[in-house]
Design a binder for this molecule. Structure first.
Ligand code: TRP
Length: 330
């Protein structure tokens, strides 16, 4: 693992298996970047507790699931450092220090927090939930990450991390490294139910671990153009979810599919079958790698333990510097 390369840090909450939306928005980019950057992948089990503290058993099971999702798409454990958030002492310590440098009002106005509050239907929120972006700043800075590949919903959090770093350095001297967000170039994936977002908590996902039959079935049940009732009716590809998926997962055929849809030369059933096939072709190699790791769970555990050890070593050094800068070392 080359120490001279720039460092990437990103990760996922361990609240369930990852889906195609995660793949196009984030995982596919990680795979591309892993050769060029020293890549850290965080299994965010502490952040998962902010919304799922009543179901810790789901969180611990999901640590394996999320690790396997990442491994299955082709992240190479020889190149990438996988680690478990709750094992990293520096993250907990830095979270406490950073919490002095951010006001409650700033946290309250975070647009992603606001969206999530609505999405989960909270009428009150915990201190931990309100403060998770502070903990996320610790995730990012403990290892001096340069780049944070994320979807646009995470931008407010990266911005907060950057502000915290600047504030810290201003107050205590140049100590922390300022990270930058790296936005995914792929648009957000809609849910097959027509929802603007494929979401773990929205029940509309195609999971990376779904078998071929499940994927075909989910595609078969997807909503399409509501104005197209009979096969001879001309379709409106611009308002069809399946068509949007063709654009992402079947780019070479996309244009001709639009034409055939508009002129009623292809029906929704055939169009969906075609898409399901393309999705299954994409997912097949992931399924194969996943099957290997399912059978070698101990290897997955080793990967996480080894990565966490490395992360702790790096984190210790950062905390030492932070404490020195803050004059709280004897
Ligand atoms: N908040 C991210 C999500 O919900 C997960 C996450 C936790 C993360 N810590 C991070 C992402 C640090 C990037 C960097 O998906």
């Amino acid at each position: 693992m080359g120490e001279n390369r720039k460092r990437i840090l990103t990760g996922d909450r361990t609240t369930g298996k990852l889906h195609l939306g995660h793949y196009v928005g984030s995982l596919s980019q990680r795979v591309k970047l892993q050769d060029e950057y020293d890549t850290f992948i965080l299994l965010a089990d502490v952040q998962a507790l902010t919304t799922h503290f009543e179901h810790p058993e789901l969180i611990s099971e999901s640590i394996y699931d999320v690790a396997m999702d990442n491994l299955s798409v082709g992240l190479d454990p020889q190149k990438v450092t996988f680690f478990q958030q709750s094992q990293i002492k520096a993250i907990a310590e830095l979270t406490v220090f950073y919490s002095m440098l951010v006001s409650v009002n700033v946290l309250r106005h975070n647009p992603t927090i606001k969206t999530e509050v609505k999405q989960y239907g909270y009428d009150d929120i915990t201190y931990g939930f309100l403060g998770y972006p502070v903990s996320q700043a610790a995730d990012i800075t403990f290892c001096n990450a340069d780049l944070i590949p994320v979807g646009d919903d995470q931008l407010p959090h990266i911005e907060l991390a950057r502000k915290l770093v600047r504030r810290f350095n201003e107050l205590y001297g140049d100590t922390l490294h300022e990270p930058k967000a790296k936005l995914s170039d792929c648009p957000r994936l809609m849910g097959l139910d027509g929802n603007a977002k494929m979401g773990k908590s929205l029940g509309n996902g195609i999971y990376l671990s779904d078998d071929a039959k499940t994927v075909s079935e989910k595609v078969r049940c997807a909503v399409t153009d509501p104005e197209r009732i009979a096969i001879k009716d001309p379709g409106h590809p611009d308002i069809c979810v399946i068509n949007k998926y063709h654009k992402i997962f079947n780019e070479p055929e996309h244009e001709s599919i639009c034409e055939m849809c508009k002129s009623a030369k292809v029906g929704c059933v055939a169009c969906k079958k075609n898409l399901a096939e393309k999705l299954n072709n994409l997912l097949d190699p992931f399924r194969e790698r996943r099957a290997y790791y399912e059978e070698h769970r101990n290897e997955v555990k080793d990967i996480i333990m080894t990565g966490s050890k490395r992360a702790n070593q790096i984190g210790e050094e950062t905390v030492r510097k932070v404490k020195t800068a803050m004059h709280i070392e004897l």
